[in-house]
Design a protein around this ligand. Structure first.
Ligand code: DQA
Length: 139
């Protein structure tokens, strides 16, 4: 089974970016640490700061892979195009946010993606990604 993990804008800075909110671990370091938990799963990771590149990756893999874990960063709150891409493909998706977006500014409370996802995990730090993968593997 393959799972696609997609991180959107500014998430390449995890570990350096606002560590009080997002922690001090890089995503690649975190990913390496969870890979052994899923020995039979191919975890495919893609990060981009460009909305179109995120769309292209969803189109490229979204008909073939088992599931998608997506943290679209700020595009969560702005991108109808990403929502449409998740609707277009066949792979089920889970939306993840590292921080508890509902405890933050009101512009972070709305997500265009949530309605297109099986569910949403927010506020559980990087652990949210692992939980999302575990859920997708039950499908
Ligand atoms: C985020 C929350 C978003 O509001 C923000 O724009 C991000 C990260 C999170 O993981 O908590 O870039 O998606």
């Amino acid at each position: 089974k393959s799972i696609l993990i997609i991180n959107g804008p500014n998430l390449n800075l995890l570990g350096k970016r606002e560590p009080d909110i997002y922690g001090n671990r890089s995503f690649v370091d975190y990913l390496k640490s969870i890979e052994p938990l899923f020995p039979d799963v191919q975890l495919r990771y893609f990060q981009s700061n460009h909305e179109g590149e995120l769309l292209d990756k969803i189109h490229e893999l979204g008909f073939d892979i088992h599931g998608i874990v997506i943290n679209a960063g700020a595009y969560t709150h702005t991108s109808i195009a990403l929502a449409d891409a998740l609707s277009a493909v066949t792979a089920p998706a889970v939306e993840v946010h590292i921080s508890n977006v509902h405890a933050r500014e009101s512009f972070r409370h709305h997500s265009y993606l949530s309605a297109k996802c099986k569910g949403v995990i927010a506020g559980l730090g990087l652990t949210g990604y692992e939980l999302a993968i575990r859920y997708l593997l039950t499908l």
